[in-house]
Design a protein around this ligand. Structure first.
Ligand SMILES: [Zn+2]
Length: 475
């Protein structure tokens, strides 16, 4: 078997990254103090002690890369991000959710062109890559083809989703006229056009923006179409109490969105439920029983929504991962920051239940799982990504822990969650290709994109007539 594998490898160059502290996140949660990973093409072919791996591949004259004790981790996975909203960072701070949606975000999104979306995704992608993200789940925008173009150029991996709505108050005129059939049909066409493109790095999912903007028919048609095409559904779920109340009033169920989704059989293992803040104990057990995946976006939740019962979900066996949400609601697209915030707010939240904080809630190991292997499960891609294992895709990040932000490192796992900043992410490999080396993105021109994004965002806000009131006295 071993000889066979080596024969297959001959003729194709092998890269061996060695002398690294490797946090594999494999099922045994192995950590190699002095480890190496062999990569061929887009795939990890071996993981082990540096000496063993180097000698095993020496006859193939591999390219040896000495990581000098730096950390090697699976690429981080951001399971809820609005790439289209990057040009709208700062347009909706300190307002309630309905103002946020009706008066800022929807006018912004409905005035975007495909080129705006392309540029917004490039800008967002730059921030994602700098924070060690190799795969993300798009929460839904209008111009999926623009996003796909940017994702392919960035060299990152993504599950892209179109945002559709066929009901509800406050919708921009151009969206309000869309029929349910048009919503489903356009997503099927996007699936046909983009699914499994960019060397297999792009997948197309179905999207439901939120229940208040969906007819029953859209919900059930989405459920069936996703099943037919074998893909996932990305939906904002139970964001605010008002949403639950609307569902209770309209559908006559006794609690809210999750209870209703169970009734119409939408709670399934291919559902990625973002936020899921306002859920009761029974709904948590439903999420677990149905294998629904939850994206916890702690910073955005603190700004707009409230405390999600994350500890209860994890205890009930729900797969919980981490997301940043979009730039107008977070405003940082750093999953590194989300790891830190997730741990803190879920410890602090215990005050409401126990009368005191509980430092044992959401320990560092759990938070790291949320950002890696649970992220992979959430995007239904854990057979290929989420851990450093032979046979998986080579999505990995190199972390320089030698700067003042992390020194000294006594416990590498807690240091990754509590000390690491985006600035510690040195290099990023996605699908076997270095997309960032020594903090410089190799696939796109960062400065050029930043310049173009500044201009485009100004024009977009003017077209959408978005005013941002200020209480300060600008002279
Ligand atoms: Zn969102």
């Amino acid at each position: 078997m071993e000889d066979e594998r080596r024969r297959q490898l001959s003729g194709t160059s092998v890269v061996v990254l060695h002398s690294a502290l490797i946090v594999t996140m494999d099922p045994q949660r192995r950590v190699f103090r002095n480890g190496a990973v062999a990569v061929q093409g887009d795939t990890i072919v071996a993981v082990g002690q540096s000496e063993d791996i180097i000698s095993r591949y020496s006859s193939l004259s591999p390219q040896l890369i000495d990581l000098h004790g730096r950390f090697l981790l699976p690429g981080l996975i951001n399971t809820h991000v609005h790439t289209s909203q990057q040009l709208g960072r700062g347009i909706a701070d300190d307002v309630d959710l309905l103002t946020w949606l009706h008066h800022r975000i929807w006018p912004y999104e409905s005035h975007m062109t495909e080129d705006d979306s392309y540029l917004s995704t490039l800008l967002c992608g730059i921030e994602l890559i700098h924070s060690g993200v190799t795969c993300f789940a798009e929460a839904g925008g209008q111009h999926v083809s623009g996003m796909a173009r940017a994702v392919e150029q960035l060299g990152i991996r993504a599950c892209l989703t179109q945002s559709v709505m066929d009901a509800g108050e406050g919708l921009p005129a151009s969206w309000a006229s869309r029929t349910t059939e048009e919503c489903i049909q356009s997503q099927k066409e996007l699936h046909k056009k983009h699914h499994n493109t960019a060397n297999g790095c792009i997948r197309i999912w179905f999207g439901i923006r939120q229940i208040m903007n969906s007819t029953d028919l859209l919900l059930t048609e989405t459920r069936d179409a996703a099943k037919e095409l074998g893909t996932g559904i990305h939906m904002h779920v139970a964001e605010i109490p008002y949403e639950n109340q609307v569902v209770v009033d309209r559908q006559g169920v006794d609690h809210g969105t999750v209870t209703y989704l169970e009734k119409i059989e939408l709670l399934q293992s291919n559902l990625l439920a973002a936020h899921t803040v306002w859920v009761n104990e029974h709904e948590v057990s439903l999420l677990s029983r149905r294998g629904v995946k939850v994206s916890h976006c702690p910073a955005s939740a603190m700004k707009l929504l409230g405390f999600a019962p994350i500890r209860e979900m994890i205890d009930a066996g729900v797969c919980v991962s981490l997301g940043t949400d979009g730039a107008p609601s977070n405003n940082r697209m750093s999953i590194v920051d989300e790891m830190y915030v997730a741990s803190l707010i879920n410890k602090g939240q215990e005050v409401f239940k126990q009368g005191t904080t509980d430092p044992t809630a959401l320990p560092a190991e759990t938070v790291l799982e949320m950002a890696t292997i649970n992220g992979a499960k959430t995007v239904l891609w854990d057979n290929e990504i989420g851990s450093i294992e032979a046979g998986k895709k080579a999505d990995m990040i190199v972390i320089d822990s030698s700067s003042w932000t992390m020194v000294p490192v006594h416990d590498c796992i807690s240091s990754l969650v509590y000390c690491m900043r985006s600035e510690n992410i040195a290099s990023v490999m996605c699908n076997g290709r270095w997309i960032m080396i020594d903090k410089k993105i190799t696939t796109v021109d960062e400065e050029e994109i930043v310049g173009m994004a500044k201009k485009a965002s100004g024009h977009l806000l003017k077209r959408a007539a978005i005013q941002i009131p200020t209480k300060m006295n600008f002279l």
